[in-house]
Design a binder for this molecule. Structure first.
Ligand SMILES: Cc1cc2nc3c(=O)[nH]c(=O)nc-3n(C[C@H](O)[C@H](O)[C@H](O)COP(=O)(O)O)c2cc1C
Length: 130
């Protein structure tokens, strides 16, 4: 099974969660800003956060450009102060492209990242067993 972890993070919270997910699945977490290649993927974990209510445009464009033929399923994760909006927006973009998006997603409050790390790892493992 090919698993990829991609994220966009300005302050490092989403990066921490991405790295926990990647570590649990023994893959690398790659920032969308540094991505060099994107292989055919069974499960793509994709994460981001809201800034002044919206995700960064780089993440929006990244999601819009995902090739539906290269990804079987996407699992979303997000961090924020209160909003889950990034998940809703990414889900909309991806499903409109015909990409399957897992119903469950992982959320971590920005002040609670450390405590959520073990849960992110459990979540990741559970998601690939589905
Ligand atoms: C400029 C700025 C604007 C933000 N706006 C929101 C917001 O509208 N809603 C929210 O829930 N969190 C907001 N946050 C909190 C971030 O979403 C939160 O810190 C998140 O974990 C950042 O992810 P990152 O560390 O991966 O960049 C904002 C943070 C910053 C720095």
């Amino acid at each position: 099974m090919n698993i990829q972890v991609r994220y966009f993070s300005k302050l490092g919270h989403t990066k921490d969660i991405a790295e926990a997910i990647a570590q649990a699945l023994e893959v690398e977490a790659v920032s969308i800003v540094n991505e060099k290649e994107f292989p055919d993927t069974d499960v793509l974990f994709l994460g981001g956060a809201p800034y002044a209510n919206v995700m960064d445009d780089k993440l929006r464009q990244y999601a819009k450009n995902i090739d539906p033929n290269k990804v079987k399923k996407v699992v979303l994760f997000t961090t924020s102060n209160w909003s889950r909006r990034t998940v809703r927006s990414l889900r909309k973009i991806l499903t409109e492209k015909g990409i399957e998006v897992e119903k469950e997603y992982f959320y971590a409050h920005m002040l609670n990242i450390k405590n959520r790390i073990p849960l992110a790892k459990e979540f990741a493992k559970r998601m690939i067993e589905k």
